[in-house]
Design a binder for this molecule. Structure first.
Ligand code: F6R
Length: 369
């Protein structure tokens, strides 16, 4: 059942290239135009929306955070990302001009379900991005864009996260095309880039042993920080969540720019700090994160960079670099940068003797509020 892997989580990490490919499959025409047949929300409604609110929990919410950067860039529609349980119990501004996008692997998360019920009561249309066919969230939404990651057995979400980002990107590109935004010309280019991502994830998986070996050297860490900027920020939060839930290590992910606003006080000798470095081809973004890396290193922390091949500055300042292939454009980077973090967390759990597939106190789907 585990396809030769020790754990379902390892198997599912190795299925990530397939998860992207399957989520893309059949959704573009040979001419490169997007076809989302399951988009049962009318085009006139989609043209008239003035806001998107992503409603989700945990890892699925981090996929939503990544999507915000892409959808706002491509579509010029404001995107908010809300944890479903917070969305439901405040008084959110939602109406018929709001598209609520619910993201859920299981499709059964009660917090998310209550969020979409609330949104529909206010007259919004709900689009679900769900992995499990026929699940409650899928049934109760106006339209469903399925992620085709296949069943995810390990409690910690990995391939579903990758597929959720892919599906959100399809949605963003679809809306950009439909609404005739200035980025319409770029749609074909981005679709092409998405199509290359399975191969790039495969490349990251080739360094799995190196990542695992390094992880074992950190087995005694009691606290680990993750920082990132732009799309690296949600990836940092996801890296921290994986480590908490699997290896039971205190971990925190935050926006790299926040470092100087407080968290820098935490930096001390030998503290492991992961820094998700943007591509050097975005010099402004890159130089800021490189200076964070320097600041962390100057205080004696063990700086670990996730960086693009050929990034000599990241190499100069980090104690260790987990390389990812060159990925144009920046928006595609989360699909590769999260992979070393998933492998890292799974290896730390393993060396500590924990159950990688079933971390303590957790359930695969959280069906209570
Ligand atoms: C983390 C994890 C959880 C889920 C969250 C939402 O690895 O698995 O944070 O992402 O409980 O679950 P779904 O996506 O089923 O709604």
């Amino acid at each position: 059942v585990k396809g030769g892997y020790d754990t379902f989580m390892d198997k599912e990490i190795h299925e990530e290239p397939m998860a992207v490919a399957e989520t893309l499959r059949g959704r573009t025409s040979p001419s490169g135009r997007l076809m989302l047949d399951e988009m049962r929300i009318g085009e006139s409604v989609l043209r008239s929306i003035d806001k998107i609110i992503v409603v989700a929990c945990g890892t699925a919410a981090y996929a939503g955070h990544v999507a915000k950067y892409a959808i706002e860039h491509w579509c010029r529609i404001p995107v908010e990302v809300e944890l479903a349980h917070e969305f439901r119990y405040r008084d959110p501004v939602v109406n018929e001009k709001t598209l609520v996008v619910a993201i859920s692997q299981s499709g059964e998360t009660m917090d998310t379900l209550m969020g979409i019920r609330h949104a529909r009561e206010q007259g919004s249309k709900v689009l679900a991005i769900v992995n499990t066919h026929g699940s409650t969230i899928a049934r109760e939404s106006d339209a469903v864009l399925y992620t085709h990651a296949g069943p995810e057995v390990a409690v910690a979400s990995t391939k579903a996260f990758i597929a959720q980002i892919t599906a959100c990107y399809l949605l963003g590109l679809y809306l950009a095309e439909l609404r005739g935004n200035k980025y319409e010309d770029e749609v074909a280019t981005y679709l092409d880039e998405l199509g290359k991502m399975p191969g790039r994830i495969e490349e990251v998986l080739e360094s799995e042993e190196d990542i695992r070996e390094f992880a074992r050297s950190l087995a005694d860490a009691t606290s680990v920080l993750f920082l990132g900027r732009h799309v690296g920020y949600p990836v940092a939060m996801e890296g921290a969540l994986k480590l908490k839930e699997l290896a039971y290590i205190h971990a925190e992910g935050f926006a790299a720019g926040e470092l100087k606003h407080g968290p820098i006080a935490l930096i001390e000798q030998d503290l492991p700090v992961f820094v998700i470095v943007p591509t050097p081809r975005r010099p402004l973004l890159h130089s800021k994160v490189i200076s964070n890396l320097q600041e962390v290193r100057a205080r004696g922390a063990r700086a670990i960079a996730i960086a693009e091949e050929g990034d000599t500055e990241a190499e100069a300042y980090a104690e260790k670099v987990f390389w990812v292939p060159r990925t144009t454009p920046t928006l595609m980077m989360p699909l590769v940068t999260v992979v070393p973090l998933q492998i890292f967390a799974s290896e730390l759990a393993r060396v500590k003797g924990y159950d990688v597939d079933k971390p303590r106190n957790l359930a695969k789907s959280v069906t209570v509020e």
